[in-house]
Design a protein around this ligand. Structure first.
Ligand code: ADP
Ligand code: MG
Ligand code: ZN
Length: 467
C-alpha cells in the first residue's frame, strides 16, 4: 500500500526585542557568560511580578500580520505548568485558548515552480526556559535564555512532503527576518522546530496517528528527522503494527528519533490564565499602525523583480539577502537598467561586497551601470576599475572621465581600417560568410584603443567598412 505523509510544524522563533519578555534583562544572550543576563523575575523567584514587554507584543503581531493572520482585540497569557530544572517558575507563561493571532497562511514555492498555501493555525507568544548542559561532573544550568520572548507559529497539517516542510521553514525564516520580528538565526538558537508526522493510506481522508519530535535546530536536522520518522512509521504500518502517539527526541549524531514520553494532553499542563499579567488588548488603530510598518514581503519582491525582467534565479538570490535586495532597488532607481544592475551586483560585485572594506553606495553602482549601458564607458573598463569603485566609492562620473569611450568616430574609423589592413585572412573569412570572424577584429580594435572604444560602435564601423 502507498502511504502519504501528513505533517504539521510548530516553529519557535526568538522575538528580537531589546529586553526579555517580562523583565529588563538584555535579550542579547548569544555567547554571554552563563547566568549574567538574569534577575529575580526571569529566574522565577517567588513573589516577583512579570511586566509584559510591549515591544514583544508589537513584533509578535508584526510577524503574525506578515503571515496574513487575524489579530483578535483581546488575548491573554496562560500558565502552562510543568516541572523541569531549566524552568524555575514551575510553569511557562504562554497562550492557550486566546492567542494573539489566528488563521493565516504561508505560500511556499516548490522546486517545480508550483506554489502551495500552508495554513497557519496561530502565532502565539510565550517565554523560553533556561538551558541545561550535561557534563561528566553533573548538569549545569544557564538561565540567560530563561524569560526570553518566543513566538510559536503552529501550522495546519497541510504539509505533505519533506520538500514542502523544508520550503515552509525556510520561507518562514525569511519572512520573520524581513519584518524584523526575529533574526531567526539557528546558529544562535533563535529558531527551532517541532515536527508532527503521521501517515495515511493514499486516498484516505482520515489522518493517522501522529508523533511529535521536538527541538530540531537546523534545516538539515528538520529534513533528516522528517525522513527518518516517515520511514519509521511506514515500516511499522507495513508490518501490520500501529504507530504510538508520543513525543520523540532527535539524536543529531545518530540521525534517529527516539521515544521520550507519552504525548501530553492540554489537561496535563493545568492551563489557567496567568493572574500576574493583564490581558492584551490590541486596538484596531494599533493593528493598522503595524500593518503600515510591514515592509514589502519576499513574495511581493519576487513578483516585482520578475516584472522588471530578472530571471527567477537572480530574483531569488537578491531576495535571500535583504541588504543586497535593498541596494539593488536603490541602484536601479539611478541606473534605470534592472537586469544589468542585477547582473553586475550578482556576478561581479557580490564577492567584493563580502569584504569588510567594501564601501560602494548603491548610488555609485547605479551610476556606473548607467554609464556602461549608455555607452559612456565600456564594461571592460568598469571591470578593470571595480576595486577602485567598490573600495573607495568615488563619484563614477568624475572617476571614469579619463576612461570614457572614444567619441571621435573619425579616429576610431582609422584604427578599424588599420586592423582590416593587417588581417586579410580574417576579413576574407568574414566576407566568405563566417559571421563570427568579426569578433576577432572587434577584439583587436578594442585592444588598440585600450578598451576605451564602445564595442558596439566598433562592430558597426567594421561592418560598414567591410560591405
Ligand atoms: P499539541 O499542541 O498537543 O502539540 P495541536 O493540536 O496544537 O497539538 O497540533 C500541533 C501540530 O500538530 C500542528 O502543527 C498540527 O498541524 C499538527 N497535527 C495535528 N494532527 C496531526 C496529524 N494527524 N498528523 C500530522 N500532524 C498533525
Ligand atoms: Mg505540540
Ligand atoms: Zn530578568
Amino acid at each position: 500500500m502507498e502511504y502519504e505523509p501528513v505533517i504539521g510544524l510548530e516553529v519557535h522563533c526568538r522575538i528580537s526585542s531589546k529586553t526579555k519578555m517580562f523583565c529588563r534583562c538584555s535579550n542579547d544572550i548569544f555567547n554571554a557568560e552563563p547566568n549574567t543576563h538574569v534577575c529575580p523575575i526571569c529566574m522565577g523567584f517567588p513573589g516577583m511580578l512579570p511586566v509584559l514587554n510591549e515591544e514583544v507584543v508589537r513584533k509578535g503581531i508584526l510577524g503574525a500580520l506578515a503571515l496574513g493572520c487575524e489579530i483578535p482585540e483581546f488575548s491573554k497569557m496562560d500558565r502552562k505548568s510543568y516541572f523541569y530544572p531549566d524552568l524555575p517558575k514551575g510553569f511557562q507563561i504562554s497562550q492557550y485558548d486566546l492567542p494573539v493571532s489566528v488563521k493565516g497562511k504561508l505560500t511556499i514555492t516548490k522546486s517545480d515552480g508550483s506554489t502551495k498555501d500552508i495554513g497557519i493555525t496561530r502565532l502565539h507568544l510565550e517565554d523560553d526556559a533556561g538551558k541545561l548542559t550535561h557534563t561528566a561532573g553533573g548538569t549545569l544550568v544557564d538561565y540567560n535564555r530563561s524569560g526570553t520572548p518566543l513566538m510559536e507559529i503552529v501550522s495546519e497539517p497541510d504539509i505533505r512532503s519533506v520538500e514542502e516542510a523544508s520550503a515552509y521553514a525556510r520561507q518562514l525564516q525569511k519572512i520573520m527576518r524581513y519584518v524584523g520580528a526575529s533574526n531567526a538565526d539557528m546558529e544562535k538558537g533563535m529558531m527551532r522546530f517541532d515536527i508532527n508526522v503521521s501517515l495515511r493510506p493514499k486516498g484516505q481522508k482520515k489522518f493517522g496517528t501522529r508523533t511529535e519530535t521536538k527541538n530540531l535546530n537546523s534545516f538539515r536536522s528538520l529534513e533528516k528527522a522528517l525522513e527518518y520518522e516517515i520511514q519509521r512509521q511506514k515500516e511499522i504500518l507495513e508490518g501490520g503494527g500501529q504507530v504510538v502517539q508520543e513525543t520523540r527526541g532527535w539524536l543529531d549524531d545518530k540521525e534517529i528519533t527516539v521515544s521520550q514520553r507519552g504525548k501530553e494532553e492540554a489537561a496535563d499542563y493545568r492551563y489557567f490564565p496567568e493572574p500576574d499579567v493583564p490581558p492584551i488588548v490590541v486596538t484596531r488603530e494599533m493593528v493598522e499602525e503595524l500593518k503600515g510598518q510591514l515592509p514589502e514581503l519576499p513574495d511581493q519582491k519576487l513578483a516585482k523583480y520578475k516584472e522588471m525582467g530578472l530571471s527567477d534565479n537572480d530574483a531569488a538570490t537578491l531576495i535571500a539577502d535583504m541588504e543586497l535586495a535593498d541596494d539593488f532597488e536603490k541602484a536601479v532607481e539611478i541606473s534605470g537598467y534592472p537586469k544589468k544592475t542585477a547582473n553586475w551586483l550578482l556576478s561581479e560585485i557580490k564577492p567584493l561586497r563580502a569584504l569588510s572594506t567594501y564601501c560602494a553606495t548603491p548610488e555609485t553602482i547605479g551610476k556606473m551601470v548607467k554609464m556602461i549601458e549608455e555607452g559612456v564607458i565600456t564594461g571592460k573598463i568598469a571591470k578593470d576599475h571595480l576595486d577602485e569603485i567598490c573600495f573607495r566609492n568615488p563619484d563614477p562620473e568624475k572617476y571614469f572621465e579619463p576612461f570614457k569611450v572614444m567619441e571621435d568616430t573619425g579616429e576610431l574609423e582609422k584604427i578599424c581600417q588599420e586592423v582590416i589592413k593587417h588581417n586579410p585572412q580574417i576579413v576574407a573569412d568574414f566576407k566568405g560568410g563566417k559571421e563570427k570572424a568579426i569578433g576577432s577584429l572587434v577584439g583587436q580594435v578594442m585592444g588598440a584603443t585600450k578598451g576605451s572604444a564602445n564595442p558596439k560602435s566598433v562592430n558597426e564601423i567594421l561592418r560598414k567598412l567591410l560591405t
